[in-house]
Design a protein around this ligand. Structure first.
Ligand code: FES
Length: 176
């Protein structure tokens, strides 16, 4: 994303094009307005921001902070606390390895290592060619099926290192 954030203009509400030239901010403004700029609507507003922009970059977090009249440190703290928010552009494909306790006990670390080795990208980053993002999650709520890996939104339980290699290799070799 370029730098579409309009400084010092947290609440433009008039219809039409947003002064920044990026209409996504118009929708974000509308979302904040709907919440009456309540500071306790922060998580919901961050969700909307991520849906609109794909990820939360520092300028965007500052924009939300101004809109909700919150200290930027508070917004950053909340955004980084929750695993559902991301701070870098996502790749074409996303592999999310659950590293919660049950999955960890069942070898999540090995799975993570295998993907990292295969893609050359550490957890929380995207390959240089933008094809694959490797993410971790704390607990996906399906501990009985541990270890859990999510491939482009599709949850796969009791996965083995061989299976994860096959999937990721498919992305690398054929893009599917
Ligand atoms: S720890 Fe992985 S689903 Fe709960």
């Amino acid at each position: 994303m370029g730098n579409p954030v309009t400084k010092g203009r947290p609440r433009p509400t008039s219809p039409g094009t947003h002064p920044s030239g990026d209409d996504r901010f118009r929708y974000l403004d509308a979302a904040m307005k709907r919440q009456r700029y309540r500071p306790d609507a922060l998580i919901e507003v961050l969700h909307t921001a991520q849906e609109l922009f794909g990820y939360l970059e520092p300028d965007l977090l500052r924009y939300v902070a101004r809109g909700l009249r919150l200290p930027p440190s508070r917004v950053y703290g909340v955004a980084t606390f929750y695993h559902l928010f991301t701070f870098h552009p996502k790749g074409e494909h996303t592999c999310t390895v659950c590293t919660g306790t049950a999955c960890y006990v069942k070898g999540a670390d090995t799975l993570l290592g295998v993907v990292e080795q295969l893609t050359g990208t550490p957890p929380g980053t995207t390959t240089a060619d933008g094809r694959i993002s490797l993410e971790t999650a704390r607990c996906l709520g399906a501990c009985g099926l541990a270890p859990i890996v999510v491939f482009d939104g599709k949850v796969v339980g009791q996965i083995t290192p061989e299976e994860i290699v096959d999937r990721v290799k498919g992305w690398l070799d054929h893009g599917s």
